[in-house]
Write a protein that binds this ligand. Structure first.
Ligand SMILES: [Zn+2]
Ligand SMILES: [Zn+2]
Length: 86
């Protein structure tokens, strides 16, 4: 299984698979890209940090309570509603 957005294989860190309430899945990194694209003022810990390499910080934290549009069906998805397939 790989993320249909960035084509990278799912894993348990940066490409952790996330399921939306509309039953679409994409990886954590693509989701955070979506959040920061939709809400440019969002601060994301561990994502594209300028001071430290991202790999040393572990996976980035998904911001809570942000509404983004599902890249597949354009449904509104709140990041609080995402399901982790862990
Ligand atoms: Zn992805
Ligand atoms: Zn969807």
């Amino acid at each position: 299984m790989s993320c249909p957005v960035c084509m990278k294989p799912y894993n348990t860190t940066h490409q952790e698979p996330m399921m939306t309430p509309c039953n679409h899945s994409l990886c954590l990194t693509c989701l955070i890209d979506l959040v920061t694209y939709t809400h440019p003022d969002t601060q994301v810990q561990g994502h594209q940090g300028q001071d430290q390499p991202a790999m040393e910080q572990g996976p980035p934290h998904l911001p809570k309570g942000k509404v983004v549009l599902c890249p597949y069906c354009k449904e509104q998805v709140n990041t609080d509603q995402l399901i982790t397939n862990r």
